[in-house]
Design a protein around this ligand. Structure first.
Ligand SMILES: C[S@@+](CC[C@H](N)C(=O)[O-])C[C@H]1O[C@@H](n2cnc3c(N)ncnc32)[C@H](O)[C@@H]1O
Length: 446
């Protein structure tokens, strides 16, 4: 078959006798042989057997771990082809999943330099002695990493030092099946604007011999390290929050700048992963918001205030709603740190709090939302329609959940005015999108 396009999820898509087939590790324009492994009524999934005639959009992946490593799935695609594919995915989702016709999707905001862009990486210690990233499609296996092109060359040096230290000390590694072992993760965070680096070691228990030696080696080799932290996670799941975080050396937070504001980022604090593109996303949201100074703004799913603080510069007041108490605390600290007085952050579920906040503060002039990957869903969309803001900016990291939410807003009386995709995650299939909607008529039930 010939691969026509890339799909959300990362696989190539083609048609065989009109029948849709998804094949991984392919590029648009490839002529491939593939073996079907799942056949459904509307589509089939296949494994790549051989590329008979490679696409001109293919390029040699520069990373030695590309393929087995689950970090990047699109390094075999030329960067221009990656961003075109992302624009197409956004267009396809809005047309086919939301039924939105005649919507212009603006050219994607791409990265000038799409390498070393991440400000946070998390590596896993595996019971087989390796330290690396999860193997593609196998979350209990690790690909040992020597060089990663996503964060910064300093990260590779940190990986090597921590890996050597753990081996020399003979420290046990966490085994997720047996729930035994000490070392779990190595987290590296980097302030892309400030140059500061934070190293976090996550273990199952508090007693870890030799962390002082490790700290001395790290700070000597990488003087940009301003904090070395130790987090304890005795639980079964790898997720946050950690049971405890202590400082081994330096400061408990990293300084970073975004959109002209300072942020203090702890080991667990959520922060947009690509600082450069997050800055451009804030600019897009500000341009879409088009505030004049007297407006009341609601920022739903506001996290640590990434949009709330910049929007407050040109609004009368901004109210952010966020479910994670640590994020709300960080947002309040960030507001104080930057002397922004006209923002308020409320902790709780958007679904419950939105009507309450609107009842208290009145109809917002602008409503911004940036929900998690799963989208906000119909019930929240109904409440957003009821809130009656004349203008909405919807920021999404998943076009397949954005589409049904937009369809609800359009049914509720809004019109899509602009769709701006952004590439926040080069070499992966992920695509960010900011959408401007305006109320086209009187509110309708969604
Ligand atoms: C994609 S992040 C947006 C973060 C934010 N815009 C920022 O840049 O800091 C989604 C946020 O929604 C929050 N969240 C998830 N479900 C929520 C809910 N039901 N109500 C309020 N916030 C929620 C998460 O904790 C997370 O901070």
């Amino acid at each position: 078959m010939t691969v026509d396009r890339m799909a959300y999820g990362g696989r190539g898509v083609g048609r065989v006798d009109g029948y849709v087939v998804f094949v991984s590790d392919t590029a648009p324009g490839d002529r491939v042989r593939a073996r079907l492994w799942r056949v459904k009524s509307g589509y089939a999934e296949a494994d790549l057997v051989a590329v008979e005639s490679p696409s001109v959009l293919r390029t040699a992946p520069p990373c030695p771990h590309f393929g087995p490593c689950g970090g990047c799935a699109w390094q075999h695609l030329d960067y221009g082809a990656q961003v075109t594919a992302k624009e197409d995915i956004v267009r396809e989702s809005l047309t086919h999943l939301a039924g939105l016709r005649d919507i212009e999707v603006l050219p994607i905001v791409r990265m000038t330099d799409p390498w070393y862009y991440r400000n946070r990486m998390e590596f896993t210690f595996h019971s087989d002695g390796t330290l690396g990233l999860h193997r593609r499609g196998a979350f209990d296996k690790i690909v040992p990493i020597e060089t990663c092109l996503l964060q910064s060359p300093a990260t590779n040096e940190i990986l090597r030092i921590v890996g050597d230290w753990a081996r020399e000390r003979g420290l046990s590694r966490y085994d997720a099946r047996a729930h035994t072992g000490l070392l779990r993760q190595l987290v590296v965070r980097e302030g892309k604007r400030t140059g500061e680096i934070m190293v976090g070691l996550v273990t199952t228990a508090p007693e870890v011999p030799g962390t002082d030696t490790l700290a001395a080696r790290l700070t000597t080799a990488v003087p940009r390290i301003t904090g070395i932290l130790h987090g304890i996670n005795p639980g079964v799941s790898d997720g946050l929050p950690l049971a405890r975080v202590s400082v081994v050396a330096g400061r408990p937070y990293l300084k970073e700048e975004l959109a002209g504001f300072q942020f203090h980022i702890g080991l667990e604090t959520f922060f947009q992963t690509n600082t450069v593109q997050a800055g451009r996303l804030v600019e897009v949201v500000e341009a879409m918001a088009d505030l004049a100074g007297g407006e009341a703004v609601l920022d739903l799913y506001c996290g640590i205030g990434t949009f709330s603080l910049p929007l407050a510069r040109r609004a009368r007041r901004v109210c952010g709603i966020e479910i994670a108490p640590q994020a709300v605390e960080a947002a309040r600290e960030n507001a104080a740190l930057n002397q922004v007085a006209n923002v308020e952050f409320v902790a709780g579920d958007v679904r419950r709090l939105l009507p309450e906040v609107v009842g208290r503060t009145g109809r917002p002039h602008l409503l911004v939302l940036d929900p998690p990957r799963s989208g906000a869903g119909s019930r929240v969309m109904r409440k957003i329609v009821d809130a009656g803001a004349p203008r909405i900016v919807y920021v999404s990291c998943n076009p397949t959940t954005l589409a049904p939410d937009l369809a609800d807003l359009v049914r509720g009386g809004y019109a899509v005015r602009a769709v701006q995709p952004l590439d926040q995650f080069p070499h992966t299939y992920h695509v960010e999108c900011a959408v401007l909607l305006e109320r086209a008529g009187p509110p309708q039930p969604a």
